[in-house]
Design a protein around this ligand. Sequence first.
Ligand code: E4P
Length: 218
Amino acid sequence: MKFFIDTANLKDIQEAVELGVLDGVTTNPSLMAKEGIKGTDAVMAHYKQICELVDGDVSAEVIATDYEGIIREGEALAELHPNIVVKVPMIRDGVKAIRYFTDKGIKTNCTLIFSAGQALLAAKAGATYVSPFVGRLDDIGADGMQLIQQIVDIFSNYGYPTQVLAASVRHIPHLIQCAELGADVVTCPLNVITGLLNHPLTDKGLATFLADHKKVNS
Ligand code: E4P
């Protein structure tokens, strides 16, 4: 399973890189805004910085919602760095644009997936990744994990190469359930990744080992 970090914060990305377990980055316009990145030049420069930090795919989202605009923005993003994956929303013109990018050899991440049908359509258009948002489904009382299961099963039935990128992963149980269900990738904030380090019995066991060592070595 690949671990992507879901942020535009360079410090968090660097920390995840240093842990040695990071496979890529996802961003979205809200995450860019949270870092105060505004204006096309600053946005492009920021994506380039992220790509230089990480040896892996970096999803950069288009803002346009019409076919020509998505193509124009996506091509400019793809030219920035070979790690860029063009993130396209699950809308009619987005699906058409994913087909165009696929035929041109440009990687895509179809975002805002909330149903198995949407995932199937994106896979048919050749998307590299589909991003089902598990947390946002849970927020409205639906079952995000059920969607992951459905998409994993459908892609496996037909051997679609599109990877299931579980997004809106908010906590450790989400991440573990995605791993159990066979999602190809999870994207989540840094604290979810580093949270995997923790177990009280590890802390307690280590404290005992060190104390016992000290008893006979001091
Ligand atoms: C996916 O690529 C999105 O950036 C993200 O996972 C959304 O997560 P949220 O629902 O916690 O905002």
